[in-house]
Ligand binder design. Structure first.
Ligand code: GLA
Length: 389
């Protein structure tokens, strides 16, 4: 379904729930990270693109400025209305799906943007827990909406940081800027090459169809959450590695310096560091390969990234490994898990003509292993957040 159809759905659901038309509808996409995993919070490089699945928020501001009541409803929450007093909002009182939109509103109010009462309806087609940034899509749609509605004048890079703060301080996930940057900075037909230290970005053409290619997302349906568990452990290992090596962040370690770091770090921390350092180099190599030879030339880099995450960073899982292996064995040019790991989705770069063969091979490999059937769909690089209606 198209982004504008989803926006129309959000507007009509808003009308049904709140009995009036919204002031507008804003949409922000989920993302696939082509390469560059866990490099963002190490001030390194990433290369994501927005996908054609998005969160749409329909919003109407209350006319009375003194009224700080917010009412929120979504297709996630069984159409139950969540009602809060914005003036009394604290990090502790936000929970469930509404913590994402309210987290953004809370951050913007903390920044002095005087958001008053409003009604909001959220409709999203980004599957949650699939590693496709369903939460960043909500955050970026809401941040874009209130930036417009309040004429706050925040730049896209500032909106990225608003979404990240909501994620870090309200949801409690110690994540970087990858997801929000992809959702806000993307343009159709391109990937976003982002330097996470400076927030400088460059759009890199990613014309898959002209090369006869497509990217399949294989959602393993193994759900993950980054507010708990492995994600923050990995982040802590990276911080430890940087501290022992005496650098501000692992961004400052070159691949050529890895051999001499081996003796300074314990074995596990060394492997964590090696993933980050080699992954940064793979992002740079992928950008160069896209520029020189186009998307047919990046397959091996994608697969090398997966092996590094599986063996050195240890954030894959059997279902993701099987998705990658079965895609590769059936003609994929490259494949890797995408996103934070511990579940979620893999991507496979394949010839358009091989789509059915790869789909069938992955589905049957999952059935044979006794795993829940994966959801498989093609994605193409889409536009970033904007007002739709
Ligand atoms: C999640 C986080 C991002 C990034 C990726 C891993 O998606 O939200 O900030 O760290 O994991 O690359």
């Amino acid at each position: 379904m198209s982004i504008s159809t989803d926006a129309a759905l959000a507007a009509s659901a808003f009308q049904d729930v709140f009995g009036a038309a919204p002031s507008g509808v804003w949409s922000a996409p989920g993302r696939v990270n082509l390469i560059g995993e866990h490099t963002d919070y190490n001030e390194g490089f990433v290369l994501p693109f927005a996908i054609d699945r998005a969160a749409a928020v329909a919003i109407r501001r209350r006319d009375d400025n003194d009224d700080h009541t917010a009412r929120l409803c979504s297709s996630y929450g069984d159409q139950q209305i969540v009602t809060v007093d914005l003036a009394a909002l604290t990090q502790e009182t936000m929970s469930g799906w509404s913590a994402y939109p309210l987290g953004v509103v809370w951050v913007m109010r903390q920044m002095g943007i005087d958001i008053g009462g409003f009604d909001l309806y959220l409709h999203s087609t980004v599957p949650s827990g699939a590693g496709l940034s369903s939460s960043a899509a909500i955050e970026c749609a809401v941040a874009t909406a209130f930036n417009d509605l309040e004429s706050a004048g925040l730049t896209l890079n500032e909106l990225v940081l608003v979404g990240q703060r909501a994620e870090n301080e309200v949801v409690g996930a110690p994540t970087g800027i990858l997801d929000q940057s992809a959702s806000l900075l993307s343009t159709s037909g391109h990937a976003v090459f982002l330097d996470c230290r400076t927030q400088e970005s460059k759009l890199v053409p990613l014309d898959l169809s002209t090369a006869g290619l497509l990217i399949l997302v294989i959602d393993t349906n193994v759900s993950h959450a980054h507010a708990t568990g492995g994600y923050s452990d990995r982040r802590a290992s990276c911080e430890l590695g940087a501290e022992v090596l005496g650098v501000r962040s692992l961004r400052d370690v070159a691949a050529s310096e890895l051999p001499e770091t081996a003796g300074l770090l314990d074995e596990e921390t060394f492997r964590r560091v090696r993933h980050i350092v080699t992954e940064n180099q793979r992002v740079l190599d992928t950008v160069e390969a896209l520029d020189q030879g186009g998307p047919t030339t990046i397959g091996d880099l994608l697969t090398a990234s997966h092996l590094s995450m599986r063996d050195d960073f240890e954030i894959s899982c059997p279902e993701l490994d099987l998705a990658v292996e079965s895609a590769l064995m059936n003609g994929a040019l490259g494949a890797r898990m995408t996103g934070g790991g511990f579940g979620g989705s893999a991507i496979a770069l394949i010839q358009i003509s091989e789509e059915n063969a790869v789909r069938e091979a992955v589905v049957s490999a999952f059935a044979k292993a006794g795993y829940t059937a994966p959801d498989i769909f093609a994605v193409s690089p889409a536009a970033g957040a904007c007002r739709i209606l």
